[in-house]
Design a protein around this ligand. Structure first.
Ligand code: PD2
Ligand code: ZN
Length: 276
């Protein structure tokens, strides 16, 4: 085997000026990211260039698990494994967040209450059927029963974010072929229905997707801006945060079609303030 040297890449004023010019022409952050990658910039350097040039930190606090260099975190009643973390966007993959029994109990309680998933209708603030989302789902209310309460307290401790700022847990079932096309979880401030949604606790600033039931194939949670796929392993979870309702956060994500078997998840969305 031969050693080789990788030349370090640095964020230069020239590349920052180029990024600013592309943004001024109306190109979006994901498009500029792709162009930087095509021009030979390493993925992490390209993301850093984008963040340093386009993202003015909003100053809005977001959930941020205190990981440092820890291999696992104390979530109160359970030690949760940290399997992967990245900073731009901020994504953490957790292992062992739920036991098999907790996954089974959530699915069992949710099953009789499932109906075709709706999405928030940003035009009106209501809900609507959407072809982009072919799962079936239901919501638990916050603290609905002992199991939900226990899991919500664990999540609040793990993410260091007030339990009251969480929406009720949503459970989704994806049968073969079902998917959730890429989207952002924040509410678009330009849409007329958003004001009434924000009145109930402000923007969403973080998402935790917990995997309850594994499909036999397919069903990864995908992040197209950054080429990441998280496999839906039972008991694991993926967390990501966004400090502004903007695509420059690179938090576009989707549920890839399930190819065989059933995928079950629970989603916890986190708001800026108490969700009422
Ligand atoms: O089930 C998923 O993988 C998934 C993907 C994208 C869930 C959500 N979004 C969500 O619940 O927001
Ligand atoms: Zn989502």
């Amino acid at each position: 085997m031969r050693d080789y040297e990788v030349q370090p890449q640095h964020v230069t004023p020239e590349v920052q000026a180029w990024v600013r010019a592309q943004a001024a022409l109306g190109h979006t952050a994901p498009t500029i990211l792709k162009a930087l990658r095509k021009a030979g910039w390493l993925a992490d350097v390209a993301r850093e260039v984008l963040a340093a040039t386009l993202q003015t930190p909003s100053g809005v606090p977001v959930p941020r698990p205190a990981i440092g260099a820890a291999l696992r975190l104390d979530a109160g009643d359970r030690q949760v494994d940290v399997l992967m973390q990245m900073s731009q966007p901020h994504i953490v993959v957790f292992g062992n967040l739920l036991s098999d029994e907790e996954c089974d109990a959530l699915m069992q309680a949710a099953r009789p209450r499932l109906s075709r998933s709706l999405t928030v209708a940003v035009k009106t603030g209501g809900e609507e059927l959407n072809d982009d989302r072919t799962s079936r789902g239901m919501f638990f209310t916050r603290g609905e029963n002992e199991l939900v309460n226990r899991i919500e307290a664990r999540i609040a401790r793990l993410l260091d974010w007030p339990l009251e700022n969480g929406e009720g847990l949503q459970v989704l079932q994806y049968l073969p072929g079902a998917e959730y096309k890429p989207h952002h979880d924040y509410f678009d401030p330009a849409e007329p229905g958003t004001a009434s949604i924000l009145a109930r606790g402000g923007q969403r600033v973080g998402t935790l997707i917990l995997y309850l039931g594994e499909p036999e194939a397919g069903g990864a949670t995908v992040f197209p801006d950054i080429g990441l796929e998280v496999m839906p392993q039972r008991g694991h979870a993926v967390f990501f945060s966004y400090d502004q309702p903007h695509a420059s956060t690179l938090t576009l994500h989707g549920g890839a079609p399930v190819l065989a078997g059933e995928k079950w998840v629970a989603t916890k969305w986190l708001r800026e303030r108490e969700f009422t």
